[in-house]
Write a protein that binds this ligand. Structure first.
Ligand code: 4NP
Length: 165
């Protein structure tokens, strides 16, 4: 990743999680990462977005809200938004939830992007190249799997950022 621009490196970390609709996986990754960052005392900006615009302005899927609530985070006030070009400059880490969205991000990445692009589960030992499966068309139990996956990814990424700072 790019070298920190100043001595206040911890304040400059900013992470954006990206899925397709920004109503299931990436809001859960954002919530899980907020928990991990707080646990590590990491000062980091965290947001999420979608490559698609189907659900812009909507709160997370009710099943995502429920699994987050069961794990101690209220995501009911999150509102879906689409990725912008500015995101590639504003965030230090742009993290895709699956390979399809990673590819969509690569295609949209502007020439002056400064963000490091990665796949969430690439940060987890032994899970490189794996996608966080889309739970949208499945049943509620799929969201528990999503929560477990995004927690593993968030934990590994937060630890890595903490070590870099
Ligand atoms: P997400 O899930 O990308 O994890 O937010 C989806 C949400 C909506 C749709 C697909 C995936 N959709 O087709 O509307």
């Amino acid at each position: 990743m790019a070298a920190p621009r100043n001595g206040d490196a911890a304040a400059s970390a900013a992470v954006l999680f990206v899925c397709l609709g920004n109503i299931c996986r990436s809001p859960l990754a954002e919530a899980a990462f907020r928990l991990e960052a707080a646990r590590l005392g990491l000062d980091v900006d965290v947001e999420s977005a979608g490559t698609g615009d189907y659900h812009v302005g909507e709160p997370p899927d009710r099943r995502a809200q429920a699994v987050a609530r069961r794990n101690g985070v209220d995501i009911s006030t999150y509102a879906a938004r689409q990725v912008t070009e500015e995101d590639f400059r504003r965030f230090t880490h742009v993290v895709a939830l699956d390979l399809q969205n990673l590819e969509a991000l690569r295609l949209r990445r502007p020439g002056d992007a400064t963000a490091e692009l990665s796949l969430l589960l690439d940060h987890v030992e032994g899970r490189a190249g794996e996608a966080v499966a889309d739970p949208y068309f499945g049943d509620a139990s799929g969201f528990d799997t999503t929560w477990a996956d995004v927690t593993a990814g968030a934990r590994a990424l937060a630890r890595r950022i903490a070590e870099e700072r």
